[in-house]
Write a protein that binds this ligand. Structure first.
Ligand code: UFG
Length: 323
């Protein structure tokens, strides 16, 4: 297939592009490089420097790509930032997303796979989180992703654009070639690995008084290659659907630090800090639906394996993509 990938120069996009190219698809990446990196663009893909907010540029790029399907990764994704600058999130994630759907309609592209998030669920009333739980976001980031999920339904009903929305839990790890390099790094695993690399003295643990076995937050970390596999399956599916995507396992912040110590062989100094606003205690996915309907099963169930792949990438790229 010919696939038009927004945000293909970002962390998750770059690894998914690599896997699609390995499977014989043709890829055009559309990215404004505000979060992505030029050197994270797989050289086998075509690249268009463009912004979703520029509708005519987007239509030209999409029609030029002759795309059969779209994968939509481009978004701002920092929960904390969305609480201080909601406009950025609604403008880029919602208005930008609407332009993409408009462009797809205009160019006759009838399939989209969308990067949604567990943040659309807010603080869940129970875990594991399945698709029947109410979606009540607690920040503008989650709200912006939910708004786009809702738009998808109407573009399907009215214009026949089929969609698969994948709600990622905590994406982690790397492929051999592409990995995680955010200009502002707020995520736990890369911050712990920076301590192991000697680039930071210590890592903060935000909150040690949660109602969890060791008092720190529990998350469902999913290997980026398993995420990529889910995208490939979603591409082949004819039906519109929304799926939660995680391993079903929970790992606490302290367990992440312990795993990083095992994998890197380095002692990680931690500093216990107050809770970070907006962090739910436990986010764990039920991925039964995607397993049942698309046959997806995560290959990487061990947190050490996931962190090994991240560590290998960071050791090879101590300064990330260097831009
Ligand atoms: N944490 C620390 N220290 C750090 C960084 C994070 O203790 O230096 C803690 C956080 O408080 C949280 C856990 O580690 O409890 C995981 O934090 P991340 O920032 O790595 O990930 P989040 O769970 O906050 O974020 C993920 C995705 C987001 C998504 C969000 C939904 O990365 O894109 O889940 O809640 F929006």
């Amino acid at each position: 297939m010919r696939i038009f990938v927004t945000g293909g120069a970002g962390y998750i996009g770059s690894v998914c592009v690599e896997q699609m190219l390995n499977s014989g698809h043709e890829v055009t990446i559309f990215d404004n490089l505000s979060e992505g990196h030029r050197s994270a663009v797989d050289p086998r893909a075509s690249f268009v420097l463009g912004d979703l907010k520029d509708l005519s540029g987007l239509v030209a790029a999409l029609s030029g790509a002759g795309a059969d399907a779209v994968m939509h990764f481009a978004a701002n994704a920092l929960v904390g930032e969305s609480m201080t600058n909601p406009t950025k999130y609604f403008r880029n994630n919602v208005t930008g997303g609407m332009h993409l759907l408009e462009a797809m309609h205009e160019c006759g592209v009838r399939k989209i796979v969308f990067s949604s998030t567990c943040a659309t669920f807010g603080t869940p009333e129970r875990v594991p989180i399945d698709e029947t739980l109410p979606q009540l976001p607690i920040n503008p980031y989650g709200e912006s992703k939910l708004m786009f999920e809702k738009m998808l339904r109407w573009y399907d009903e009215i214009h026949g654009i089929r969609y698969v929305a994948l709600r990622y839990f905590n994406a982690a790890g790397a492929s051999e070639r592409f990995g995680e390099d955010h200009r502002i790094e707020t995520h736990l695993i890369p911050n712990v690995l920076k301590v192991a690399l000697g680039q930071k003295d210590e890592v903060s643990i935000f909150g040690t008084d949660y109602e969890t076995p060791d008092g720190t937050c529990v998350r469902d970390y999913i290997h980026i290659l398993d995420l990529a596999q889910a995208h490939m399956l979603a591409l082949g599916s004819e039906r519109s659907a929304k799926y939660n995507l995680g391993t079903g396992g929970g790992t606490s912040v302290r367990e992440i630090v312990a795993s990083c110590e095992r994998v890197t062989g380095k002692k990680i100094k931690v500093s216990e800090q107050p809770r970070r606003p907006g962090d739910p205690a436990r986010l764990i996915a039920s991925s039964d639906r995607i397993h049942r309907e698309l046959g997806w099963t995560p290959k990487y169930q061990s947190i050490d394996q996931i962190i090994e792949s991240a560590w290998a990438w960071h050791v090879k790229h101590p300064n990330g993509y260097g831009d």
